[in-house]
Write a protein that binds this ligand. Sequence first.
Ligand code: BES
Ligand code: MN
Ligand code: ZN
Length: 496
Amino acid sequence: MQFPVKRGAPASQKTACAILPLFDASPLQGVTRDFDAASGGQIARFVKSGHAAGKLGRTAFVHDLEGTEAQSALLVGCGKRGEFGAKQLRSALAAVASALGNTGIRDAIAYFAHDTARGVDAYYTARASVESFRSKAYRFDELKSKRDPKPKLARLGLSAPDAAAGRELRRGADHGAAIAAGVDLARDLGNRPANVCTPSHLADVARTIASDYENFGIDVLDEAEMERLGMGSLLSVTHGAEEPARLIVLDYRGGPNDSAPVALCGKGITFDTGGISIKPAAKLDEMKFDMCGAAGVLGTMKALGELKAPINVVGVVPACENMPGSRATRPGDIVTSMSGQTIEILNTDAEGRLILADALTYAKRFDPRYIIDIATLTGACVVALGKVHTGLFTNDDELAAQLLDAGSRSRDTAWRLPVDDEYGKSMKSNFADFANLGSRWGGASSAAHFLSRFAERKGWAHLDIAGTAWLGDAAKGATGRPVPLLMDFLLNLRMQ
Ligand code: BES
Ligand code: MN
Ligand code: ZN
């Protein structure tokens, strides 16, 4: 799909459909009023007769628009003008993408940048437009014998009121396309079943990113190398599996040599049976999504490569299966992590924290300015936040503010939950330094606290995406979250 920037008088631009904002107010405003004037009041009459309304997310087509070069208009309700912001823009765009999706229209022009309200500038309008339309166009049909029908819309023009806005629209559209490419990759990896998306597959995808784009280095560690590094915690999870484990290290150096990188660690459990502490059968297929943290990291790295972003980011992805078997780790087994801390494994289903423990220790060798881990870590986080917000855990208020802001700007939101030391108390062990299982209450926070013992520093944050990485039921599939949040964070990074 293409997103050309368009200049010139709106009503004289040739298109099958002009997408016009309709605010909940009369008379008509801004660019929609200009179209109305050119059409001799056709839009106002249409609205007055009750065919369209400014209610957020309502859409209506005006066919055979007179006096303009647009064959039709799609009026999209944007709510009250004073309340229009990033969130409202996303709702309006989603409504437009579905309305156009139900037609055979091949090209349209969007005029949102003519009416930018507070907080939604031309750059952001373009970025959000590209992300929304690309997301609507996403299909996962690579494993079907007949492909799903492709969307008809091939070109969405972004109309610029002036040259400066045109440049901002171009920049926003380019960022949006890179983010969409990252989201699409994260969704593909999440959606691929565990018999396709193995740890070695994740490593192959990382190698492809490293060779397709500039500024990447790649290192893939096998089990023998992890053994030599003393990664007893990570390796304990893969013991029951035939499929070999991998530690993928993808190093992007787009910034100055002396600038400390951001480290991203993504949980890559390609299938989580629970191990000996085996899970019940219901919805167990969804545990193929337990590598969505890894997918989010690889998606983000790809987007950075697309943009040639001027920063340094290292992705560290521990990848393995969590299987039962005669060689699998037993409840009560004690392992020594790379950090030297010993762990009593009381529940083999609390495996995400075990692989991330060694990945976090490994990531510290890059002397990162920030370490952020991303994981489908706990059912408790889904209970707390549902499928709306990602759980954010950090003791660093500055970093929390940056991540929360990135979430609301990108509409890939996070909500902060606590990780203070109280949550560590329930993980006491009589036999090892501590256990991998805490109290039933506050399970998302005790899991986060476990990780903090390995990050051991300020500048660390944990994103629990157990609720947000995929949808279930009829809409079952990976969402690509939190690639938009991470990209927004990295593009607006404050290193102080
Ligand atoms: N991958 C799961 C977390 C999960 C469960 C995500 C359901 C999304 C939906 C994780 O490895 C896990 O099994 N966590 C356990 C931890 C418990 C044993 C302390 C959980 O949340 O039940
Ligand atoms: Mn588990
Ligand atoms: Zn898991």
